[in-house]
Design a protein around this ligand. Structure first.
Ligand code: ATP
Ligand code: MG
Length: 234
C-alpha cells in the first residue's frame, strides 16, 4: 500500500504546494513511484507541473470527488519520470457545496481509491488553505499528514489549530492517521525571527519538527513559473 501523505495548513502561502512538488519530484528522481493529488481549486500544483488546461478539463480531482470516476482514471503524466498528478482547477471549488448533502461526504476521496494505486510508493495530497471539506477528504484518505509552517510569528498559533483538527479527524474519521512531521519553510538564516520561531517550535514539538528546514530561495519560487519542480529547474 502506498504511503498517503496529506500536506495541510489552513494558512495560505506557507509552502504547501512547493513542498508537494519538490518532495514529490525528489522521491521520483530517487526512483520511487509518486502520485501527487491537487485538492486545491486554485490549481497551483497543476500549473506548477505545467498540466495543459484541456487535460485538466478531462482528468480532474473533481471527477473523483463529486463524479463517479476512480482516482486512477484521473491521473496525468508529468515531465518528470515516475511523477504523476491528478490535476484540478476552479471547478473543484463547487465540490465543497455540492457534497454537503452527499452521504459519506468526508470519504469521497478515500472511496475513489482502488487497488491499482498500489503501483505507487507515495501519494501526496496538496490541500487548500482551509480546514473545509476538501481538507477533511484528504485527511480521511491519508495514512499520514505533514504540516509545513512558515518561519514567522503566528506559526505556533496556526499549528495548534491544525493539530486540533487532525485530532478530531482521528477520532471521527480516520483513527490510524499518523503525523509525518512538521516542516519549517522559507527559513532565513540571517533573520533573528526565523531563529526564534525555530527555537519555539523545537520546544513545542520536539523531534516532531524535521531537523531539515527549507531555506528561502528565489530560485525555488521562480521554478514554478517555468512549470518545473525546483529540484529539476536548479
Ligand atoms: P496556498 O495556501 O495559497 O495554497 P501554499 O501554502 O501552497 O499556498 P506555496 O504556493 O507553496 O504555498 O508558496 C507560497 C509562495 O511562496 C509561492 O509564491 C512560492 O513560490 C513561494 N515560496 C514557497 N517556498 C519558498 C521558499 N522556500 N523560498 C522562496 N519562496 C518560496
Ligand atoms: Mg498551495
Amino acid at each position: 500500500m502506498p504511503r498517503i501523505i496529506a500536506i495541510v495548513n489552513q494558512k495560505g502561502g506557507v509552502g504547501k504546494t512547493t513542498t508537494v512538488i519538490n518532495v514529490g519530484a525528489s522521491l521520483a528522481l530517487m526512483g520511487k513511484k509518486v502520485l501527487l493529488v491537487d485538492l486545491d481549486p486554485q490549481g497551483n500544483l497543476s500549473a506548477g507541473l505545467n498540466v495543459a488546461p484541456e487535460l485538466i478539463q478531462e482528468k480532474n480531482a473533481y471527477n473523483a470527488l463529486v463524479g463517479q470516476m476512480r482516482l486512477l482514471d484521473t491521473i496525468v503524466e508529468t515531465s518528470v519520470e515516475n511523477l504523476f498528478v491528478v490535476p484540478s482547477d476552479s471547478n473543484l471549488a463547487g465540490a465543497e457545496i455540492e457534497l454537503v448533502d452527499v452521504e459519506r461526504r468526508e470519504f469521497r476521496l478515500k472511496d475513489s481509491l482502488s487497488a491499482e494505486l498500489d503501483y505507487f510508493d507515495f501519494i501526496m495530497i496538496d490541500c487548500p488553505p482551509s480546514l473545509g471539506l476538501l481538507t477533511l477528504n484528504a485527511l480521511s484518505a491519508a495514512t499520514h499528514y505533514l504540516v509545513p509552517l512558515q518561519s514567522e510569528f503566528f506559526a505556533l498559533q496556526g499549528l495548534t489549530n491544525i493539530l486540533r483538527t487532525t485530532e478530531l479527524v482521528k477520532k471521527h474519521f480516520n483513527p490510524p492517521l499518523e503525523e509525518e512531521g512538521i516542516l519549517l519553510t522559507m527559513f532565513d538564516g540571517r533573520s533573528n525571527l526565523s531563529k526564534q520561531v525555530y527555537q519555539e517550535m523545537r520546544q513545542f514539538a520536539g523531534d516532531r519538527l524535521f531537523a531539515t528546514v527549507i531555506p528561502r530561495r528565489v530560485r525555488l519560487a521562480e521554478s514554478t513559473s517555468f512549470g518545473k519542480p525546483g529540484v529539476v529547474y536548479d
